[in-house]
Design a protein around this ligand. Structure first.
Ligand code: NAD
Ligand code: UDP
Length: 359
């Protein structure tokens, strides 16, 4: 499909992978990002992978008129934006506890600005980056979309608030369509090794911590908790390859184009993996040992979380295709070639099985 889409947060980790899949599917994305947690270089890398220089507008969602100006410019040029993929936001749970106003401001007020601009330009299609965090402590597993939203931190509450806002908007206007994608734990990187996760500070999440230990940036991993009621006492999560997640956005963009109304969809594999299992998978995929140390439980963590992904299959025709071994191999390929993320001077050679177009 050759629609023009606005991708907020398109320079970030999930955004860049989503751009690659959107372009492969024939969409024409336009990126709006304030680069608060990303680098302009990430979009240059997308251009190397796809051969397409994605139009980029640097701006903040909360700046009055900023998104509206982009929508107006594309409309004037005779190429109106037809849908928005809204990925921009802050995403660190711990930071949201320490600085909740930053999260309500960026994630909730920022989205409200976006929705006003969309309304003023008659754009009625949105795909939203939500999170499995909206479920809070699982009352049952696997997590289905009808599990109550009881988020237990400010970050999760901002995602739930936006979901409520979108559901209300769809109820008020039968022509409005919103798909809210509840991501489980995206990890890994594009198979080219050219784009990947690039945490600005010490990683909060397990997988980027593992790859930074592997590349020698950190001495050892702390494993938080060994007494959960899980297969080996460590926390269990539903890791999914970021390229599979990106493919899910293409499917959601197609779905929302055809279908008004509010729809919440999990994107996960349905498989749980413990911390120790992920370490073992990484070591066996890469041959690199990960020194680790047992540490106390991390406050606010749940023992296990994994998706029921049948709705994604039924509505979007989407299911995850890549294994945990693929996630480890590709995440390591990216980290090895970019030890300091996008700040690394040398860029990796693409793997032979991946076509990398020159711009
Ligand atoms: P990211 O930080 O790499 O990307 C987010 C992008 O949004 C960044 O490029 C940032 O500069 C931009 N941004 C932030 N605030 C902005 C604003 N006010 N105006 C314009 N741009 C802004 O994060 P990501 O991992 O790619 O996550 C993308 C989305 O997915 C986020 O909404 C996040 O909450 C959600 N999510 C991520 C995960 C995960 O594990 N990575 C899990 C669940 C949900
Ligand atoms: N974890 C860990 N060490 C770390 C980071 C995370 O042991 O340095 C554990 C964490 O306790 C959880 C799992 O790894 O059981 C996944 O954590 P992550 O932060 O990646 O995802 P989330 O908990 O937000 O789903």
């Amino acid at each position: 499909m050759s629609l023009s889409l606005l991708v907020t947060g398109g320079a970030g980790y999930i955004g860049t992978h989503t751009l690659v899949e959107l372009i492969a599917a024939g969409f024409r994305p336009v990126v709006f990002d304030n680069l608060s947690n990303s680098s302009r270089q990430s979009l240059d890398r997308v251009a190397r992978i796809t051969g397409v220089a994605v139009p980029f507008v640097e701006g903040d969602l909360r700046t009055p008129g900023a998104v509206a100006a982009v929508l107006a410019a594309w409309a004037r040029a005779g190429d109106p934006i037809q849908a928005v993929l809204h990925l921009a936001g802050c995403k660190a749970v711990g930071e949201s506890v320490a600085d909740p106003l930053k999260y309500y401001d960026n994630n909730v007020i920022g989205t409200q600005h976006l929705l006003h601009a969309m309304r003023d330009h008659g754009i009625k299609r949105l795909v939203f980056s939500s999170s499995a965090t909206v479920y809070g402590v699982p009352q049952h597993l696997p997590l289905r979309e009808d599990h109550p939203m009881v988020p237990n931190n400010p970050y999760g509450r901002t995602k739930a608030m936006v979901e409520d806002m979108l559901a209300d908007l769809c109820a008020a206007d039968p022509e409005f369509g919103a798909v809210t994608l509840r991501y489980f734990n995206p990890i890994g990187a594009h198979a080219s090794g050219l784009i990947g996760e690039n945490p600005a500070d010490t990683p909060n999440n397990l997988f980027p911590y593992i790859t930074q230990v592997a590349v020698g940036r950190r001495a050892k991993l702390s494993v938080f908790g060994d007494d959960y009621d899980t297969v080996d006492g460590t926390g269990v999560r539903d890791y999914l390859h970021v390229t599979d997640l990106a493919r899910g956005h293409v499917a959601a963009a197609n779905y929302v184009h055809a279908q008004p109304g509010f729809t919440a969809i999990n994107l996960g594999t349905g498989q749980g993996t413990s911390v120790l299992e992920l370490i073992a998978a990484f070591e066996s995929s890469t041959g690199v040992a990960i020194p680790w140390l047992g540490s106390p439980r991390r406050a606010g963590d749940v023992a296990a979380s994994f998706a029921d992904s049948t709705k994604a299959q039924a509505l979007l025709g989407w299911s995850a295709e890549r294994s945990v071994a693929d996630m480890c191999r590709d995440g390591w390929h990216w980290q090895q070639g970019n030890p300091q993320g996008y700040d690394t001077v040398a860029t990796p050679r693409a793997r032979e099985d991946v076509a990398v177009a020159a711009i």
